[in-house]
Design a protein around this ligand. Structure first.
Ligand code: NAP
Length: 266
């Protein structure tokens, strides 16, 4: 069921990073379903092209610009932002979904693991936001949604790298929200628990290995610990992101929206 009409994001231009990944991919589809135009970016050309096709089938009127980019590269960050504007006009929304999981128990975490996870999940996310912000600021309106995590709200076993990077995103969201709202731009985060994407499955597999359980056993164990009894689907996260992008959520600012079937309640 979709409570958002085709008018919800009509005329908006939303950039979605990590669009080749589970959550970004579904977000792109939900944004065009809600009437928005999209710039989608990732490093996998085949997936970006397939996504453009799916989005065009959902909404034949949507304008879709695709741009391959490694967001850890400053030149790519600049190009995505500038070319998106040239292609589809002023940017009014940004979804920062590109991210990686990594690291492990502290004693096994190498310096390069720490730096790799922080590089994309924190530094590149902030630096890409900087690239897009000026254009939004000139218009005096916009909405930015960052992908944090439940791991960005409370510590997790073996989360030295990943959990810390998501705490950084929660902190960035709250701090930047103070500045951006002065210019009519709302900044919020979504904080999913396990989502049934390749990343979520990798996290369950890694946890299972540490506990001597198979992927299937660990998944059943994880689901038993979630009050709703199930992992989130990427489309469920995507619909919450669309809500935060839309005018349905005006005056929601600096929020960290948990999407976790009730596994953390506070
Ligand atoms: N899945 C979960 O359980 C879960 C839970 C909480 C929060 N999250 C967060 O939600 C976000 C999306 O997760 P997901 O499940 O959709 O993960 P995913 O399926 O693994 O997708 C990750 C995305 O990040 C992109 N990416 C990785 N390195 C990049 C780089 N250097 N430059 C540009 N793009 C890069 C990937 O692009 P390519 O594949 O094209 O390289 C892909 O589109 C992440 O920030 C994650 O931390 C996920």
């Amino acid at each position: 069921m979709n409570i958002l009409s085709k008018e919800a994001l009509k005329g908006e231009h939303i950039i979605i990073t990590g669009a080749t990944g589970g959550i970004g991919y579904e977000t792109a589809k939900e944004v065009v379903r809600a009437g928005g135009n999209i710039t989608i970016t990732g490093r996998n050309e085949r997936k970006l092209t397939a996504l453009r096709g799916e989005c065009a089938r959902i909404n034949g009127e949507a304008q879709i610009y695709i741009r391959l980019a490694d967001l850890n590269e400053a030149a790519d960050r600049k190009k995505v932002s500038a070319e998106a504007r040239q292609a589809l006009g002023d940017v009014t929304g940004l979804v920062n979904s590109a991210g990686i999981i990594g690291g492990g128990p502290l004693e096994e975490t190498k310096e390069e693991d720490l730096r790799e996870v922080m590089e994309l999940n924190y530094f590149s996310t902030v630096l890409f936001t900087q690239e897009v912000y000026q254009n939004m600021k000139n218009q005096g309106r916009g909405s930015i949604v960052n992908l944090s995590s439940l791991s960005g709200l409370r510590g997790t076993h073996s989360g030295t790298a990943y959990s810390a990077s998501k705490f950084a995103i929660t902190g960035f969201t709250q701090s930047f929200a103070h500045e951006a709202i002065e210019h009519g731009i709302r900044v919020n985060a979504v904080c999913p628990g396990y989502v049934d994407t390749s990343m979520g499955q990798e996290a369950i597999r890694a946890k299972g290995e540490r506990r001597g359980r198979s992927y299937e056993e660990e998944r059943v164990f994880a689901e038993k610990g979630i009050p709703s009894g199930k992992l989130s689907e990427a489309a469920e996260v995507a619909r919450s992101i669309v809500y935060l992008l839309s005018d349905a959520s005006t005056n929601i600012v600096g929020e960290s929206l948990k999407i976790s079937g009730g596994s953390v309640m506070r």
